[in-house]
Structure formats: C-alpha cells, structure tokens
Design a protein around this ligand. Structure first.
Ligand SMILES: Nc1ncnc2c1ncn2[C@@H]1O[C@H](COP(=O)(O)OP(=O)(O)O)[C@@H](O)[C@H]1O
Ligand SMILES: [Mg+2]
Length: 351
C-alpha cells in the first residue's frame, strides 16, 4: 500500500553532491508497523520525508494506494497528504497555542462547524489520553504529554499512515514505553500503518512487524523482526542487535578478562541461540541427562520480540568431545544454534 520504487535523493551543497538516499525500494502493507533502523546520517529522515513528499525524490516513485505522489499537482498533493500524519523527535508544537488549538490546526481548511471541530479535538485528545490538558500550553507539559499532543494533531485528518521520525528519542525509557504502547493501540484500533524511524533497535523490537536497516542511503537488509534477530548475517545489523541485547563490548570485555585470569581454563565456551516458541524441550537439562554435556550459564539474554522470545546463552561446557558431537545433532534438531566463541586472536575457547 506504500511502495517506494528506486527512490534516490541527492542534495547539492557548496557544489558537492550528497547522495542522502540511494535507490531504495520498499513495500509496506496496510496496517503494518514497519521500522527503519540506522545510525545518524544514514538517510532515514530524508527517506521517510519522501513518503509525504516533504522531500521530493531526485528520482523514483512514491506510490500510495496505487497513486504516484510525484506525479500529482499541488492541489492533489495537498489532499493526498491528509492521509499521512507525521511526528518528530522534538514534537514541533506551536508554543503560543493551547493543546486544543495545536490539535485543531490541521482542521482549519476542512468544512467543519466550530462545534464539530471542538468535538473532533476532544475525541482526539481522549484517544491519546490527555483530554484534561486541552487548555494547557505546550511548555506546561512533559515530553511524553507533548508527544501525545503531536500524535493527536497528526491524526486530526484521519490519516491511514503515521510517519514517526525518532519519535521517542527525546523521551526517558518509561515514557518511551507508554508512547510505544499508544502507537501499538492506535495500530490495532484504527488499522493505522506506522513507519518508525530510529537509531535504537530497542524501540522497534517489540512493536514492528518488519524492519529495514539503512546505511549510507541504502537499505542493506529487510526482514521480519524475529528473522532479523535470529538469522541476520549482516555485520551492521548484528551491531544493532548486539546493542539491543547487550551482547556488546561489555560482555566481550568480561570474557576476555576471565580468560586472562585463567577462569575459563579447561572449559570451552559456546553461545546457544534459540527462538522460545520453537523449543518445547528443556534442552539444557536434556544435554546433561542424555548426553553428559554439562553447561553452566555465564551470561544470557532472552529478548521479547513481537510475537516471540529469542534467547542467547553463553555457557561453559564440560563434556567429552564425542558426547559434545552427539549433542550438537540434538541441538540442531531443536533449532538451537551453536557458536563456539573465540578470543580476540581468533583462538577457540576450548580444551
Ligand atoms: N537539506 C539537506 N541539505 C544537504 N544535505 C542534507 C540535507 N538533509 C540531509 N542531508 C544529508 O543527507 C544525509 C542523510 O541525512 P538524514 O536523512 O538526516 O539521516 P538520518 O535521519 O539517518 O540521520 C546526511 O549526510 C545529511 O547531512
Ligand atoms: Mg534523522
């Protein structure tokens, strides 16, 4: 229902060309929550701004419900934009107007009576949970409340698409969760399609159905969130996942320190990865009972993704080589992925 076809955006700056978006093609279904993850400068904001043509692509097509926005006249485009709401990191509210006036702003060109507008604003504020703040000014609100006002304003023209550019990046973790909950609820109740742009995989992991990773203007990987966490081979995607799951440098540092202190002698260290709903067997217990393979959990994380739990355990293994080999067949059958860890020199941590 949203289709980007070979979209590129080039900026000219002091006679230099900056290719901010480079030949991106994406399809996003109606009712889907789609994440776009990438570091700062990857081209995420530029790409998302092409969806409502706030940024005109240098080439390519932006097709919404079968209509290429690039081909529309100014008047047609104004009408098409009512179907697309947008929210931002810094909320972009008008500080001299009340909450109710901010939310009423997009209604000004519509043929509604004052009473109809007031009713509409009240129902929007109720939907986002801040009806009691209708007469307050933005500076009297917390960040989370401001983002709720911005969401109400974005929904004023009853759009079917909501674009969110780093919408939770200025919020603390608890407020972030409450905004993500609100977005999930709006997706379910209104069938709203949501595109979430973020540098933080944590924001999208339990919300988005599918995710794309962007770098240097390109989409380098696109997948379902569980598939991405369990199957991605891409080093950059791995960086984002490792940050979200805390399998980052802290954990590598501790392993290295333990090795230097000889704590890890006589063991080998393995990382076991699994998708929770596919493992119906108590596999750690079975390794010991049926294979004489004894694991001690050193470190671990079980991630709650949309619809699944995905686990990663770092274990020391005490076993005879032949028993370990046999257990690998069992683990593979139960879709537990096994990686033998190595130190920085690439030496395997094993006997
Ligand atoms: N209006 C502009 N003029 C010139 N360069 C721009 C403009 N907007 C963005 N860029 C450049 O395009 C690249 C992508 O920027 P942006 O889309 O904001 O990335 P992100 O949102 O992923 O941080 C950056 O190198 C940025 O400096
Ligand atoms: Mg940006």
């Amino acid at each position: 229902m949203i289709e980007l076809k070979n979209v590129s955006v080039t900026f000219e700056k002091e006679n230099r060309k900056i290719q901010a978006v480079s030949d991106v093609s994406l399809q996003i279904q109606a009712g889907e929550i789609f994440g776009i993850v990438g570091y700062s400068g990857a081209g995420k904001s530029t790409l998302v701004r092409t969806i409502n043509l706030l940024q005109r692509p240098s080439s390519g097509q932006v097709i919404i419900n079968g209509v290429d926005l690039v081909q529309l006249s100014a008047a047609e485009l104004r009408k098409a934009r009512k179907n697309i709401g947008m929210i931002f990191q810094h909320f972009n509210l008008m500080n001299s107007r009340t909450v109710a006036e901010n939310v009423a702003f997009p209604l000004k060109d519509l043929n509604l009576s004052t009473a109809e507008k007031e009713a509409k604003v009240s129902s929007l504020l109720e939907k986002v949970g801040i009806l009691d703040k209708a007469q307050a000014y933005p500076e009297q609100l917390s960040g989370g409340q401001k983002q709720r006002v911005a969401i109400a304003r974005a929904l004023a023209t009853d759009p079917s698409i909501l674009l969110c550019d780093e919408a939770t990046s200025a919020l603390d973790p608890k407020t972030t969760h409450s905004i993500l909950d609100l977005l999930r609820q709006l997706n379910q109740e209104l069938g709203l399609s949501i595109i979430m742009i973020t540098h933080d995989m944590n924001v999208v992991k339990n919300l988005c159905h599918r995710v794309a990773v962007m770098a240097e203007g390109q989409v380098i990987e696109e997948n379902g969130i569980v598939e991405m966490f369990t199957q991605s081979q891409n080093p950059l995607t791995q960086e984002f996942i490792n940050m979200a799951t805390h399998f980052d440098w802290d954990y590598e540092l501790v392993l290295e320190e333990m090795r230097e202190a000889n704590t890890l002698n006589d063991y080998f260290i393995a990382r076991l990865s699994f998708v929770g709903h596919e493992v119906t067997e108590p596999f750690i217990a079975q390794l010991a009972r049926d294979y004489q393979v004894h694991c001690n959990i050193l470190y671990g994380n079980i991630e709650a993704l949309r619809g699944s739990f995905v686990g990663n355990l770092v274990v020391t293994v005490e076993a005879k080589a032949a028993d370990w080999e046999k257990s690998l067949v069992f683990l593979e059958k139960h879709q537990v992925n096994v990686e033998i860890l190595t130190d920085k020199e690439g030496t395997k941590w094993m006997i």
